[in-house]
Design a protein around this ligand. Structure first.
Ligand code: GAL
Length: 665
């Protein structure tokens, strides 16, 4: 069960959609702070994150503390009705610490030490770092833990953003302890890691190392366990800071900003979510608005559909992509409200005022270099107003989708390991393709971890669910027997929790339920495709499938080459439900052609009027009997909203290009 807390605010104040940013006043002279607060009020800002990178300012030398400036900032914000999400300031260690203790610096897989001079240059497992970090947390919690202006604690910052994998000696020691707890005996580890292969047998835990750069592929289970361990090591740091905060400041909820977005893969946030009082996320647009919506949907899945906090996104351009383009008209508002649609009850940005100096001076902010007399600041003020119109939504859960797409950290880690049938597999892309195809068809889709409660969904899609331990297999079978429709793709069900192959043919753990069997994988070359009888083609992967059970229905066949006439997509009735298999990669376009056949028997169809299907993403939130519909224009065209009934809170009549409407139904 995830705890259900939210910002500590005046209990008489009605819940609202919070609005704000990271606020870094230490970058500015004192007189700017007054203007900051005046402009925050003008924009309707009610919460800011303070102190994220302030360690060196708060503790300029060992044993020396400077809180005066922070006292003043927090008091000033509080006096103006702006809550402080106070950071523990441990994200970026000061120069005095890394000079005195270079042993806190992380080491890469190749053995290089990462230098200070950037940020987050610390080992998650360093006892020295931990001691200094917790002393800082303790000092902050003791001083501000009951300050009425502090509405939440913000542990560190984006744990693992730059230091997710550390291969140092500290990491080696902690990895051994972690392995001993997992396996108990070295014999257990030898079995799990399959060390009979390549003479990798260990005589004791002391001989074990992280998977550092090796002569060739390191042991795959060692790699998988190191991925698990690395996520756990960062989580342990989160928990260590949180424990100090809970002890000294029990009334203030604790969160930390996750990075559910595109390429972030090292942290198992579905697991971490159990350790925070509410889920927070940072998201930056890297791969278009569908990826944004997909990530927001997954954040909601991680938060078990309860409200979550959008801690950071950008008002316009970032500074860290090869080419950093500003957002177009309406994108600032649409991006923000897409997150709200998917359950965000706070909309915050990095950062309040655009920096003059430092690595992020070309990164957009709420107050740009041009100042408050700017198009961007006016857009920020407009967004602040729209959030007030959305206050009736605050506190409501996101409504469950019609279909669930499973997103499983272990399958991503294990499925993308080296020495596999293809190195082209992209777990995230596959899941996103399914989500996009569902959205194209006007279906409301969730993205949920594999341990989510599946019974509420008529259809569950398992893209590349590579790791299927027997307990998960049993749960999926029970879901199907109980009436659910499961759709699994290629490279699913192949290994157990130790990355050992399920024997007897593919797709391993799911083979019997699906009633099919493949002896070999047939990955495709980059320029190769496999046409299907559906009229679309697969790429990346194909399989020669034998039908084993008599009652397997073939929904599509391969139509050319060696596989011609062989099954490509199958379905089998099992109990009161069905289990389908898609043996190739169809991409969003191909899946659009296939999905109606998979959805119709389960009674799933779009709730949108036909004229909106494809161009509009529909997301719903529910508060008691009130259902709020968010209609998000995915296109650059204006769209008439014919056939949609309800009381409009935002927009109405027509959707502007990239526009948003919200209505109560
Ligand atoms: C985040 C980080 C912020 C800022 C932002 C820029 O990763 O938490 O401090 O660097 O990215 O996009």
């Amino acid at each position: 069960m995830l705890p259900r807390r939210w910002l500590r605010t005046d209990p008489d104040r009605p819940r609202r959609i919070s609005f704000g940013a990271d606020y870094n006043p230490e970058q500015w002279p004192r007189e700017v702070w007054d203007e900051d607060v005046r402009l925050m009020r003008e924009a309707g800002v009610d919460v800011v994150s303070v102190g994220i990178f302030s360690w060196a300012r708060i503790q300029p030398a060992p044993g020396e503390w400077d809180f005066a400036w922070l006292d003043e900032v927090i008091d000033l914000l509080h006096a103006n009705g702006i809550g402080v999400d106070l950071a523990t300031a441990t994200a970026s260690p000061p120069a005095w610490l890394t000079t005195a203790h270079p042993e806190v610096l992380p080491r890469t897989r190749e053995g290089h030490v990462l230098s200070p001079g950037g940020r987050q240059h610390w080992r998650p497992t360093s006892p020295v770092f931990r001691e200094h970090a917790l002393a800082l947390v303790e000092a902050l919690a003791a001083r501000y833990g009951s300050h009425p202006g502090v509405v939440a604690w913000h542990v560190s910052n984006e744990l693992g953003c730059h230091n997710a994998y550390d291969y140092s000696d500290d990491a080696a020691r902690a990895f051994r302890t972690w392995l001993e707890a997992r396996y108990g005996t070295v014999a257990g580890l030898n079995h799990a890691w399959g060390t009979a292969f390549w003479a990798q047998q260990y005589g004791s835990f002391d001989e074990i190392l992280p998977p550092r750069l090796a002569a060739t592929f390191p042991n795959p289970t060692q790699q998988l366990d190191f991925a698990r361990f690395s996520s756990d090591a960062l989580k342990a740091h989160l928990v260590a800071e949180r424990e100090v905060l809970r002890r000294l400041s029990p009334d203030v909820p604790v969160t930390t900003n996750f990075m559910v977005m595109g390429g972030t893969r090292a942290m198992d946030y579905a697991d971490w979510a159990h350790e925070v009082d509410f889920v927070s996320n940072d998201h930056y647009v890297t791969a278009g608005r569908d990826e944004l919506a997909f990530s927001a949907a997954f954040t909601s899945g991680i938060a078990r559909h309860r409200p979550w906090f959008l801690m950071e996104h950008s008002t316009s351009a970032v500074n860290w992509q090869p080419i950093n383009r500003p957002k177009r008209q309406n994108e600032l508002v649409r991006d923000s409200l897409t997150h709200v649609a998917h359950g965000a009850d706070a909309v915050c940005f990095f950062q309040w005022r655009q920096s003059r100096a430092g690595a992020e001076k070309y990164h957009s902010a709420m107050v740009p270099h041009a100042g408050s007399d700017s198009r961007l600041f006016r857009e920020v003020v407009r967004l602040g107003g729209l959030l007030r119109d959305l206050d009736p939504v605050a506190g409501s859960d996101r409504e469950r989708g019609q279909v669930a797409v499973l997103f499983d950290a272990e399958s991503r880690w294990a499925g993308e390991l080296d020495s596999h049938p293809t190195d082209r597999l992209d777990y995230h892309r596959e899941a996103l393709d399914w989500w996009r195809a569902l959205t194209d068809l006007g279906i409301r889709a969730d993205v949920v971890p594999a341990d989510a409660d599946l019974d509420a969904y008529p259809v569950v899609i398992a893209p590349v669910l590579h790791v299927v331990p027997s307990a998960l297999r049993d749960r999926l079978e029970a879901y199907v027997r109980g009436g659910g429709s499961l759709v699994a793709t290629y490279f699913s069900g192949i290994v157990d929790e130790n990355d050992h192959i399920w024997l007897g043919g593919y797709p391993g753990a799911l083979r019997e339920m699906l009633g099919i069997r493949a002896e070999e994988f047939r990955p495709l070359a980059d320029d190769e495709t496999e046409p299907l009888s559906l009229g679309v083609s697969g790429d990346l992967w194909s399989e020669p499938i034998d039908l084993v059970a008599d009652d397997v229905e073939v929904l599509a066949t391969y139509t050319s080459g060696d596989l011609a006439g062989g099954p490509a997509v199958t379905r089998r009735g099992v109990g009161s439900g069905s289990a389908s298999y898609v043996s190739t990669r169809l991409g969003a376009e191909g899946l659009r052609a296939l999905l109606p056949e998979l959805l119709a028997p389960a009674g799933v169809s779009s709730e949108l009027p036909d004229s909106l299907i494809g161009s509009v993403e529909l997301v719903a939130r529910r508060a008691g009997d009130d259902v709020f519909w968010f209609l998000l224009n995915r296109t650059d065209d204006e769209i008439a909203l014919a056939g949609v009934e309800g009381e409009f809170l935002v927009g109405g009549g027509a959707l502007e290009p990239r526009g948003v409407a919200v209505l109560r139904r």
